[in-house]
Design a protein around this ligand. Structure first.
Ligand code: GLC
Length: 456
């Protein structure tokens, strides 16, 4: 029974600290691909948290939120630099020394490639909202410690840097795709999470602790970000046609081709990729640069959080339907399409053997993506698509022992270096199953109060 086995995996993944469950390990594979897979990753805990919230175990989520909150700002600081108190770790583990236990966090200083976890504090804010929606524990959200934490996160994420746009500028590998893959700059997943974070903060602070100035500022930033993403990331046939006929080298304030994108940069695979019913948000953009690759998580979160308009959301789901074989294949859901190959693979990944074409982050299929997929399908009324995807997963994931990812254009092979018993492969399926059976649970990641007023 796949669901029973998924729950068993979740239970065996629980990490205890001083007698209390505080998180889940990324995998319970006895011989995982990397030593840190026994740690609790903040992003990996998200579907675990949603399952726990749906099943009356909100206290575990609160323990997790407290733990990560207390670990924030403990990153090593470079000489002469100032500590950012709003930064949260990528992962943490419990170190046992005799009878003593202590927590050890990793802010990327021990991670492969030293990547910074920009997404952690954003997921934390998202889970704080989901927790309080479930429990009504507003007293805790209003407490000094939580209010300080929210303030410090906003200080860091709203801080001026080198802004030319309302989007958030980040280094490579700063989110789920935590290796080099040309995802520095303004990757879509970060922008979608950023939007969700600002909405969550606005909702929380409106109820407790927000000054009018803070709320006004958040509202302005939310609207600006949404407007910007709609203009610069959305591509459908009409927009593609505009880009196809763009003139370059336009100078001044009032120009059409703001980022100076050359039509010659439209990749060949885009020819025929869209029909009149389809569209999507591109993976990244910057000066002279549109990354036309389709990144699934960013598009799905954009639907869930209402960053995509309802028309755009339909267009994205139509794209999944049109390219079912390529984007869903034998095991949903492809993380990014298409893979980078050949010389481009060498340049973009630094010849990373884990990210060879159609594997891992470079076009592999990731079961965890089923929960935002089913959430997005339900939100757009495409229960047919949700059902097909769920059926595929229920047939294979359990007999395959819950792999982390699959390889191949159609995702038919178990990932070459994938862990087995990967927690978020199981919890992702539980969340998807639960929201399919009981759509009211979608409130945990939808229906933001500010969104309702602002959305079009
Ligand atoms: C890999 C994934 C990352 C995940 C981690 C633990 O590094 O890319 O997103 O958090 O494994 O599962």
């Amino acid at each position: 029974m796949p669901m029973t086995s998924a729950y068993d995996l979740l239970n065996s993944a629980l990490i205890h600290y001083r007698g209390q469950p505080v998180g889940t390990s990324a995998s319970v594979d006895p011989s995982p691909a990397a030593v840190n897979y026994h740690e609790c990753f903040i992003r990996d805990f998200v579907p675990s948290a949603l399952v726990l919230l749906m099943n009356g175990e909100a206290h575990v989520v609160r323990n997790f939120l407290v733990t990560v909150m207390q670990l924030r700002g403990q990153q090593p600081v470079l000489e002469g630099h100032k500590r950012s108190m709003g930064l949260m770790p990528a992962s943490f583990r419990v170190v046992r020394e005799g009878d003593e236990e202590r927590l050890q966090a990793d802010f990327g200083e021990r991670a492969i490639g030293r990547v910074v976890p920009v997404d952690s504090a954003m997921w934390w804010m998202f889970l704080l909202r989901a927790y309080v929606i479930t429990t009504d524990d507003w007293e805790w959200v209003g407490s000094e410690e939580v209010q300080t934490c929210i303030r410090q996160i906003l200080d860091l994420y709203l801080r001026e840097n080198f802004e030319m746009s309302p989007a958030l500028l980040v280094p490579d590998g700063s989110f789920m795709i935590d290796r080099r893959l040309d995802v520095y700059g303004y990757p879509l997943e970060i922008q979608a999470l950023y939007y969700g974070t600002l909405l969550s903060a606005h909702e929380l602070l409106t109820r407790v602790g927000g000054t009018p100035a803070t709320l006004d500022n958040l509202a302005v930033r939310i609207k600006a970000l949404r407007q910007y993403v709609c203009v610069h990331y959305w591509v459908d046939r009409d927009r593609l046609n505009e880009i196809h006929r763009f003139r370059g080298e336009e100078f001044g304030l009032d120009v059409a081709n703001v980022l100076n994108v050359y039509p010659e940069s439209i990749p060949e695979w885009m020819d025929g990729w869209l029909d009149a019913r389809c569209g999507y948000l591109v993976g990244n953009q910057g000066p002279g640069r549109v990354d036309f690759r389709f990144f699934t998580q960013g598009n799905l979160l954009a639907i869930l959080f209402g960053l995509a308009t309802s028309g755009e959301a339909q267009g994205i789901m139509n794209l999944f339907e049109r390219h079912w074989d390529l984007l869903m294949g034998e095991m949903p859901v492809k993380i990014a399409y298409p893979a980078v190959i050949g010389k481009e693979w060498q340049m973009v990944t630094g010849s990373d053997p884990k990210n060879v074409p159609w594997s891992y982050h470079n076009g592999g299929n990731w079961p965890v993506l089923i929960w935002p997929y089913v959430g997005a399908a339900m939100r757009t009324g495409r229960t047919d698509l949700a059902e097909w995807a769920l059926q595929l997963m229920k047939e294979r994931l359990h007999p395959d022992n819950w792999p982390e990812y699959y390889d191949g254009k159609r995702g038919g092979l178990i990932g070459r270096r994938a862990n087995f018993h990967q927690t978020w492969s199981a919890t992702g399926l539980i969340v998807a199953h639960e929201i399919f059976e009981n759509p009211a649970n979608r409130v945990l990641f939808e229906r933001f109060t500010f969104q309702a007023a602002a959305s079009s």
